[in-house]
Design a protein around this ligand. Structure first.
Ligand SMILES: Cc1ncc(C[n+]2csc(CCOP(=O)(O)OP(=O)(O)O)c2C)c(N)n1
Ligand code: SF4
Length: 310
């Protein structure tokens, strides 16, 4: 970036954002409200992709529907804005068809855990090698502020005008008990930690989950009188406790309560693709064939190579 000085008055025009190459600049300005946390997370993702030195041509970003779902439209990568709740099965298909891809699901708490909840637990159970990054703003932002599966008890929404009474999901706990190999939570304030966590997730095999607590000043904070996006960042600053290795069962988010952030889990386990290959090898060895040998390393757009075993 060039700094504008008296000697160089045109420098401002030449200034570039550090992750500009990863954004579809022709689509900027984006639709997100001032103070929204989604853009901060997108910036952290861009930085993480650069730091991980991944080839942008081998990355795919998949989103569902919602304000967060719009991320797929702004990244200058192969990206897919899929139907509501279906980002994970779409991403699973991409990864199985082309295991060389780094597949990122970037979507909201409503998309991933209400209509898409079933896909989440099964992809985690199977340890599909994808990265699921969830913006948790505790609400359905895009559709005007309905209660979501993560809305804390007592919080107001357009569908809970007297306060939500449904127990919310504790996302890291859900991810870990479903089988995710890497589970972290940060807030939109903890940009450096979030960037590092994205980077580690992108470089790690298996089902990785990063939860990003992010302000939605427009429909969540306003209705709950939590102030502006900046006020919410101040809240994160004053109330986040970094506790790596904490039991996620103890990390539920309660209205106005302390927030436990950090890395909850990092383990190695065979991925779904590993298990498919292993299972095929055993079936052949046990003489239970004929079993087609699927070459899972074929590229996108190519037909799977099926070979019969004698
Ligand atoms: C099948 C279907 N049902 C409902 C909707 C309406 N809808 C669009 S976005 C959304 C909620 C998104 O909430 P979340 O994932 O939390 O994203 P945010 O907008 O907060 O980022 C809903 C219910 C839809 N598009 N498709
Ligand atoms: S409605 Fe909320 S989540 Fe959607 S862009 Fe505005 S602040 Fe962000």
């Amino acid at each position: 970036m060039t700094t504008k000085t008296k000697k160089n008055p045109k420098a401002k025009q030449d200034a570039h954002h550090p992750i500009e190459s990863l954004l579809r600049m022709d689509r900027i300005p984006h639709i997100w409200c001032p103070g929204c946390g989604i853009g901060i997370a997108v910036n952290a993702l861009g930085q993480a992709i650069k730091e991980a030195e991944l080839d942008p041509k081998k990355i795919a970003v998949v989103s569902g529907i919602g304000c967060t779902g719009r991320v797929a439209g702004y990244v200058n990568l192969d990206s897919f804005h899929t139907t509501h709740g279906r980002a994970i099965p779409f991403a699973t298909g991409l990864k199985l068809a082309n295991p060389e891809l780094t597949v990122i699901v970037f979507s909201g708490d409503g998309d991933l855990f209400a209509i898409g909840g079933n896909h989440f637990i099964h992809a985690a159970r199977r340890n599909v090698d994808i990265n699921v990054f969830c913006i948790n703003n505790f609400i359905y932002g895009m559709t005007g502020g309905q209660v979501s599966p993560t809305t804390p008890i007592k919080r107001l929404s357009s569908t809970t005008p007297y306060g939500s009474f449904e127990p919310p999901f504790n996302l890291p706990y859900l991810a870990m008990s479903s089988g995710a190999v890497y589970v972290t939570r940060y807030t939109a304030l903890h940009v450096r930690r979030l960037t590092k966590s994205f980077r580690k997730s992108l470089l790690r095999k298996g089902f990785c989950f990063v939860e990003i607590l992010a302000p939605c000043p427009t429909v969540y904070a306003r209705r709950n009188r939590l102030g502006t996006g900046l006020d919410m960042m101040r809240f994160y600053h004053d109330n986040s406790i970094i506790r790596h290795g904490a039991n996620p069962e103890d990390a539920a988010v309660e209205a106005g309560g302390k927030i436990i952030i950090g890395k909850f889990r990092e383990v190695d386990k065979p991925t779904f693709t590993d298990m498919v290959e292993e299972n095929l090898r055993h079936s052949v060895k046990d003489g239970k064939g004929p079993v087609p040998k699927i070459n899972v390393t074929h590229g996108m757009g190519q037909k799977p190579r099926l070979k019969k075993h004698r």
